[in-house]
Design a protein around this ligand. Structure first.
Ligand code: UDP
Ligand code: MG
Length: 324
């Protein structure tokens, strides 16, 4: 099969027939063999009935329905698990992404050798309250992930080589950072294609402004996991040591001042009157706590089943085995 189109949807009944009709037209014009995987994320409208109807008139349209609303990431992940096409395309259900982009994306994966191609809504039809924070969001994501050539991380329209989607797990709200997940899994040929964008035709957006707060926190999580996920002591241990050292120096200063003043006949104060005392107290406690966090992290990893999990992409053939 050439193409799997994965569509996560939540209350998008009005858009679906038009979307499927459009996809069918594009697929037919280009002679692609395909499947459309509709992941109904616990819709409360008639989306599921519409999907069933669409499936009955075209078996290439397949549906999966969640019992309740889990979010866009779990929906995408379910689609990824099931996708059979050589190229996997994700798109939103709200007709904001155009199926006319599919042949171009397919070509970039198959002919130009990209692992992942992300759409770039260069000209957007969204309210200003969304487009301005989005610019900031993308600049931060570029910096943190090190994927410098992407302008639009969270574009719903993306294309993947099948192998890529089988090796990444999209969970929580991580759909915003799929290129980062792919990069961490070792798929580094990541490209971008300018795509058409339309204003939402039916229904309403499912994400509010909290997307930016959550997006920022998720980016921090991902950064931390990527850098120190398997070696937390390298992070906490360093911070803890610095803290402890600061505290230790402060202790020496407090003690030395006191002793010096005592024996040289100067008047001397209680150590608790010295600011260094408080510095010593807090930073030694914090340093110890940071160390403890690091050690606990290491213990947790020691017992995690995938502490030594890696994907091998190729291996030289074992001659003996081949003879058998
Ligand atoms: N979506 C989903 N589950 C959710 C929220 C959204 O499957 O909990 C789907 C939604 O139906 C749409 C896509 O994710 O197909 C993108 O959502 P939306 O268009 O609301 O986001 P926006 O375009 O405003 O970023
Ligand atoms: Mg949308």
């Amino acid at each position: 099969m050439d193409i799997s189109i994965v569509i996560p949807l939540y209350n998008e009944a009005e858009s679906l027939p038009e979307l499927v009709e459009w996809i069918e037209r594009v697929m037919k014009e280009n002679n692609f063999t395909y499947e459309v995987l509709m992941i109904n994320d616990g819709s409360t409208d008639s989306s599921w009935q519409v999907i069933q109807r669409l499936h009955n008139s075209n078996p290439c349209v397949k549906g999966v329905s969640f019992r309740r609303n889990y979010g866009k990431s779990p929906a995408l992940n379910t689609g990824f698990e099931r996708a059979q096409g050589d190229v996997v395309i994700t798109m939103d259900a709200d007709l904001q992404d155009s199926p006319d982009e599919i042949p171009g994306l397919y070509k970039m994966i198959m002919d130009e050798g990209y692992d992942l191609v992300s759409g770039w809504k260069k000209k957007r039809y969204d309210p200003k309250s969304k487009t301005i924070p989005t610019k900031l969001f993308n600049a931060t994501a570029r910096k943190v992930s090190g994927i410098k050539n992407l302008h639009d991380f969270n574009c719903g329209l993306k294309a993947y080589r099948n192998e890529v989607v089988k090796h990444i797990e999209v969970y929580g709200d991580m759909h915003r950072y799929i290129p980062y997940l792919a990069k961490n899994a070792g798929f580094t040929k990541i490209g971008e294609k300018v795509v058409q964008h339309q204003a939402r035709k039916y229904g309403v957006t499912k994400f509010g402004l909290d997307r930016f707060v959550n997006g920022y926190l998720d980016l921090l999580t991902l950064w931390f996991q990527t850098k120190f996920g398997k070696k937390p002591m390298h992070f906490f241990g360093l911070l803890g040591s610095i803290m402890f050292l600061v505290g230790f120096i402060a202790v020496i200063i407090v003690g030395a001042l006191k002793l010096y003043n005592m024996y040289s006949g100067h008047s001397y104060r209680l150590v608790t009157d010295s600011p260094y005392f408080y510095l010593a107290l807090t930073s030694m406690i914090l340093g110890t706590l940071l160390f403890l966090a690091g050690f606990l992290g290491e213990l947790i990893i020691r017992h995690s089943p995938d502490r030594n999990h890696y994907e091998i992409s190729e291996e030289t053939a074992d001659e003996k085995k081949q003879e058998q």
